[in-house]
Design a protein around this ligand. Sequence first.
Ligand code: ADP
Ligand code: MG
Length: 380
Amino acid sequence: MGVREGFEELYGTAPEGVWAAPGRVNLIGEYTDFNEGFVMPLALPHTAVAAVSRRSDGVLRLHSADIEGPIVELDVDALEPLTNTSWAAYPAGVVWVLREAGHAIAGADVHLASTVPTGAGLSSSAALEVVTALALNDLYELGLSGPELAIIAQRAENDFVGVPCGVMDQTASACCTEGHAVHLDCRDLSIRQIPFDLPAHGLELLVVDTRVKHALGDGAYAERREGCEEGARQLGVSHLRDVAYEELDAALARLSDERVRRYVRHVVSDDHRVERVVALLDAGDVRAIGPVLTDGHASLRDDLRISCPELDLVVDTANSSGALGARMTGGGFGGSAIVLAEASDKDTIAKAIEEAFAAAGFTAPRVFPAVPSAGARRLA
Ligand code: ADP
Ligand code: MG
């Protein structure tokens, strides 16, 4: 059943509209966002789709076709941050942030369904937030731009749900365009669409979901963040963004703590890798980004230390079976890796990864193409 039909069956009337917002993969630039550096995600063809109508009685009703259970009914006046631990906190958080910002959201009926795999590092949560924000923006005629909706969605996740994420995921979901990756400057939040038309170059970007569930709540993310802040403090800059790549060695020599030194080296070199990838794509040299992706993986594995055996196996197997480059993507400790390959080699590489996982006794991975897709939009 489609989302529109699901809405009608649940709520007894047709929705006022239907919206979609995608999940994302990050091409390059990891743990750089909170250091006010650069990231470069692209939207996936997988989307959260929401059918939504306004209400005028202060009631917010939420339902997901993907979750067992009844309609969640909330009073918009009584929304309280950090009190709702269910999936409903993501869309409810968006309503709360909009109301905190002074927008008169008087309620809504929402029914949604998503094809974004959850907990795979592909930002199913951002898709949920952004689709809700876009639907309410349209229905309540708020006039907010894509980047503004991304910030609202991020605030919902940070302040209402309680997850300390940067703004990359929501920006990707809200602002990406088909055939492009988005270059985001996490300091001034300016974005640039970078052509990344893989089919035109005979290339494919594979996503390999290791099925290892990442759990960023275990403190590792906060620990890396704290280490980066400590590095910036010791170097006398506000954020690691301000350490020039050309001065990295000199900066590292000034740091006494080996752990902080590794984190600084990762962040500063990954910012540089983002700029390198942009330059290569601007020059039309798409294949040449492969080794930059693989370097990025080594940095995440050895310096930031957020990889895991499954992610390393994807990258090593892909590269030894003909890939142009590969790296883990997202927060780490599981989730997904990306593999850049000649389209003609993708089946061989996918098979090699599946066989390597079986030989290692790992759960079979899920492999699918990451076609650079459109960001959030109204469908009907
Ligand atoms: P990721 O964003 O990497 O997929 P998160 O842990 O940030 O992982 O977000 C996953 C959570 O988002 C799920 O546990 C669930 O609460 C919510 N979610 C995602 N997709 C859906 C959906 N289709 N229906 C209901 N909740 C969803
Ligand atoms: Mg998430």
